[in-house]
Write a protein that binds this ligand. Structure first.
Ligand SMILES: O=P(O)(O)O[C@@H]1[C@@H](OP(=O)(O)O)[C@H](OP(=O)(O)O)[C@H](O)[C@H](OP(=O)(O)O)[C@H]1OP(=O)(O)O
Ligand SMILES: Nc1ncnc2c1ncn2[C@@H]1O[C@H](COP(=O)(O)OP(=O)(O)OP(=O)(O)O)[C@@H](O)[C@H]1O
Ligand SMILES: [Zn+2]
Length: 440
């Protein structure tokens, strides 16, 4: 850990940069060389919550068992476990070139309380009511600021994009139940969009298709980028010199003329195509080879509980399908669940790509360069992964239930649509789609 400690006097140098469900991220605007070009990532807790419950839990006994072979991780305290997971589990899979596991920096309670107050006005209201800074933490994570690039540049302007690609493949596990076989042909993202729309979580269904983004085809990558620009949701953001200018929940991207927009979309697509940054991410996602419908059985064995899924299936024939998983040795069950959780991290992380106009031939280490034919400009870019956190083992049952909810809702919606389009299949003949969905 860095010997420096951030105290209440330092709070004014840190400004709101963004947040997810679990962490608040602050950028640095002070002059200390130790922090220039860095962000700090501070843990949050659910709000409101009792003060005693605020201290983050260490890994559970089952999690320690799961991760015991990963250097130091099995016995790490909660404060350091996150960083060790990024360093020892995710970085070898995704490549050190694209991952900064960061360092821990000490923070006082006064610092955390002060930054919590100062960023309040910039935080989205729904995030404020859902979570607050965990003021009982005594350290935060110091990471490279991926919305800035370093090097020799023509202009002091850095544009960066953040993409949350989500799952980029269709599962083909033999454990997927017959009635859920639609999962093998329709992406989880697309099906989840329909549920999110129904629940009012998104105002419009996105045309973004993760299979396009991961396709390694320039045209399809460009199609995906265009769809993300049109309807960014929480999958796409643009920053200029570290300030969010577009994206996140809300409408599509505007503010540039059509030509500029097309050029920028081309630049982003080119960087994804050239960097091949998504190839390794896809491999990591594919560690989920059993699908949650298979993995859930291994989970129940690890936690030594009766399998609720087999219990519900009841019928001996159906649960026989899963008896081979239940008869695996513990080591194999651990591997199946571990791989599933690693894949879950890879399906939920984001990629940040920062761009600058290049000056001359010099190129900063670790950066790639792109010559944009349409504008005859040279750009330097750097692509990095963020949010490579460990997913908690206790989420497994939730994962199973959410998966079933997404697929069953999608299947019912499609059936209802079919009936409405083809009245011959529709016994009632009339009725609106919403009513039919509620009835199903
Ligand atoms: O389950 P999903 O696919 O909806 O992913 C969750 C994300 O929702 P999304 O659909 O991307 O809007 C969700 O994102 P938001 O909070 O909706 O921005 C989180 O990233 C969540 O992870 P965690 O609970 O913070 O560890 C994510 O949960 P995990 O499934 O990755 O654990
Ligand atoms: N290293 C970084 N450089 C620049 N910006 C960053 C960096 N890390 C995070 N951010 C910004 O802060 C936001 C929140 O970070 P992050 O995704 O790590 O939070 P989280 O709470 O862990 O997310 P999730 O909801 O997926 O759990 C990101 O969406 C991004 O805009
Ligand atoms: Zn079972």
């Amino acid at each position: 850990m860095d010997p420096v400690e951030l105290t209440v006097e330092d709070a004014a140098d840190w400004v709101y940069r963004g947040e997810g469900a679990a962490n608040l991220v602050l950028g640095y605007r002070g002059s200390s060389p130790a922090f220039k070009g860095k962000v700090i990532r501070i843990q949050k807790v659910s709000a409101p919550g009792p003060e005693e419950a605020v201290r983050g839990p260490a890994l559970s006994a089952h999690e320690r068992l799961l991760w015991r072979d990963e250097e130091e991780l099995g016995s790490a305290s909660e404060d350091v476990a996150g960083r060790l997971y990024t360093l020892h589990v995710m970085m070898p899979l995704l490549g050190s070139r694209h991952v900064d596991a960061g360092t821990r920096v000490s923070v006082t309670r006064g610092f955390l309380e002060s930054v919590e107050k100062s960023v309040l006005a910039q935080r989205p209201a729904w995030r404020v009511s859902a979570s607050r800074v965990n003021t009982l933490c005594d350290s935060a994570l110091l990471i490279s600021d991926h919305s800035h690039t370093s090097g020799v540049f023509k202009e002091d302007l850095c544009i960066s994009v953040e993409i949350k690609p989500k799952c980029g493949f269709l599962p083909c596990s033999e454990y997927i139940a017959e009635e859920n076989s639609i999962k093998k042909s329709i992406t989880r993202f697309k099906m989840h969009q329909v549920l999110k729309f129904h629940q009012g979580e998104v105002s419009q269904i996105s045309d973004y298709d993760p299979l396009d983004l991961f396709s390694q085809s320039k045209e399809r990558i460009n199609k995906a980028i265009k769809a993300l620009f049109a309807n960014p949701q929480n999958n796409f953001r643009i920053f200029v010199n570290g300030s969010l200018v577009s994206g996140g929940h809300g409408g599509g991207i505007n503010g540039s003329d059509g030509v500029q927009l097309t050029n920028f979309q081309e630049l982003v697509s080119e960087a994804i195509f050239r960097s091949r940054i998504l190839d390794k991410l896809l491999e990591a996602q594919k560690l989920d080879a059993f699908d949650i419908e298979g993995v859930i059985h291994a989970y129940y064995d690890i936690v030594s509980q009766p399998c609720m899924v087999c219990k519900k299936l009841g019928d001996a024939n159906l649960s026989n399908r899963y008896s081979c998983i239940h008869s695996l040795p513990l080591e194999e069950s651990l591997t199946i669940v571990r791989n599933y959780l690693v894949a879950a991290t890879a399906k939920d992380c984001s990629v940040m790509i920062s761009f600058r106009l290049k000056d001359g031939e010099d190129q900063a280490a670790g950066h790639g360069s792109i010559f944009l034919e349409s504008t005859k400009q040279n750009f330097e870019y750097k692509a990095s992964f963020i949010d490579l956190d460990m997913k908690p083992l206790k989420k497994m049952v939730y994962y199973y239930e959410l998966d079933q909810k997404i697929v069953s809702f999608y299947t019912r919606t499609e059936k209802t649509k079919e009936c409405l389009c083809n009245p011959m299949n529709n016994n009632e003949g009339t009725g609106n789609i919403q009513m039919q969905l509620e009835q199903n």
